[in-house]
Design a protein around this ligand. Structure first.
Ligand code: XUL
Ligand code: CO
Length: 439
């Protein structure tokens, strides 16, 4: 069998003193943290579109990447080579899951029929490789944004033929996800938004988006696909405004269309940044509303206003993300999918290994730090203390819904000399640094 990455053997855990660039220094899949192994906590996934399809193309230049299948020209031969290379890569990297869009894995050909046949052929190869390696599918999805037919949207297109075409694609992608035992199915509304309100019927577009999601859920029930359904918020890019702007917007949308029980959220770090939020904010908001489903693990550049999809290496951020994830009781059946690409200048195949090692080690460190923070209870104790006025007296009556404005006004008339306690932000930031540096 062809070997696509001969320069790399299996990447193993060697510990923090190792200087081997092709070894993990922190990610030890078997290390137990808070009662579960790192592998069970982190549920790492490879994003097919970046790792196998991405070639470094940007709006100023063509692809720069050098890849082992560059000598091939037939699209199906390339698709097959990528399938084998993907599993070799994941096995060598000890990555237990992958995610894909339909167009990532097979050429579209000239018709839907041809595309679906191509997909079936590659999925048969995936099935075989999954059985051989034990690697599993975290989620599948359909790319309803790249082809020019989606120029005005997919389910929010003004063209009903595009709505129907998109439905056919989701139907097929969901069937394939089920066939491969996928644990989730993702909807990222690539072009579900608008460029200008001058030509947009916003009411109909939102209703159609909800119709599309409802039909998808109904079809899942019909074929007995029990994977978790996820919506991935993003505020802008490629459209000026995307309807799934952020967690709060998606929550409101799901609630107003009665879909709140059927969908959870897939939070991407760089999408949070674009929405003007921290990654932790989006995770927290989803967590406290019981809809944190899965994570697209990456990071943006603080100085750039677009989706750079960089590998996550900022331990400050991974620690706070893992803190939320642990308090959520984990992500299962979701996981941490590296929706991240190597930079255009990191054009060699070996850079894919370095990048995933960096991301996996950063999340492993984040996990250990977060578990120590939770074990000590230091932050939780501070927060509990800060809100203790709601556990007795008038505060308790407020949270028990026992008082209204009249009773509160009577109370305030007798208690209008207010004393507040410090929020101690700087002190707490130093506490966090202590956990970061001592783990
Ligand atoms: C785009 C993005 C997508 C989704 C899946 O910004 O994040 O790759 O994760 O369609
Ligand atoms: Co994503």
């Amino acid at each position: 069998m062809a070997v696509y990455f001969p320069e790399v053997d299996k990447v193993k855990f060697e510990g923090r003193t190792s200087t081997n660039p092709l070894a993990f220094r922190y990610y030890d899949p078997e290390q137990v943290v808070g009662g579960k192994t790192m592998e069970e906590h982190l549920r790492f996934s490879m994003a097919y579109w970046h790792t196998l399809v991405g070639d470094g193309t940007d709006m100023f230049g063509t692809g720069s990447a050098v890849r082992p299948w560059d000598n091939l020209s037939d699209p199906m031969d390339i698709a097959k080579a990528k399938a084998y290379a993907a599993f070799e890569f994941m096995e060598k990297m000890q990555i237990p899951y992958f995610c894909f869009h339909d167009v990532d894995i097979a050429p579209e050909g000239d018709s839907l029929k041809e595309f679906f046949n191509n997909l079936d052929e590659i999925v048969a190869i995936f099935k075989e490789l999954m059985a051989q390696t034990g690697i599993k599918l975290l989620w599948g999805t359909s790319n309803l944004f790249s082809h020019p037919r989606f120029m005005h949207g997919a389910s929010t297109s003004p063209n009903a033929d595009v709505f129907a075409y998109s439905a056919a694609r989701v139907k097929k992608a969901m069937e394939l996800t089920k066939e491969l035992g996928g644990e989730n199915y993702v909807f990222w509304g690539g072009r579900e938004g608008y460029e200008t309100l001058l030509n947009t019927n916003m009411g109909l577009e939102l209703d159609n988006l909800a119709r599309f999601l409802r039909m998808s859920k109904e079809y899942a029930k019909e074929i007995d696909f029990n994977g978790q359904f996820l919506i991935e918020p993003k505020p802008k890019e490629p459209t000026k405004h995307q309807y799934d702007f952020d967690v709060a917007t998606v929550l409101g949308f799901l609630n107003s269309y009665g879909l709140e029980k059927d969908f959870k959220i897939n939070i991407e770090a760089n999408h949070a940044t674009l929405a003007g939020h921290t990654f932790q904010h989006e995770l927290r908001l989803a967590r406290v509303n019981g809809i944190l489903g899965s994570v697209d693990a990456n990071q943006g550049d603080e100085l750039l206003g677009w989706d750079t999809d960089q590998f996550p290496t900022n331990i400050y951020t991974t620690a706070l993300a893992m803190y939320e994830i642990l308090l959520n009781g984990g992500l299962t059946p979701g996981g941490l999918n590296f929706d991240a690409k190597v930079r255009r200048g990191s054009h060699e195949a070996i850079d894919l290994f370095y990048a995933h090692i960096a991301g996996m080690d950063a999340f492993a460190q984040g996990l250990v730090i977060a578990q120590r923070m939770i074990d000590s209870g230091e932050l939780e104790k501070f927060v509990d203390e800060r809100y203790k006025s709601y556990t007795t007296g008038i505060g308790q009556k407020i949270v028990n819904n026992e008082v209204g404005l009249k009773e509160l006004s009577e109370y305030a008339m007798e208690n209008d000399q207010i004393t507040n306690s410090s929020g101690r932000q700087e002190y707490l930031e130093a506490v966090l640094n202590r956990y970061l540096l001592e783990s």
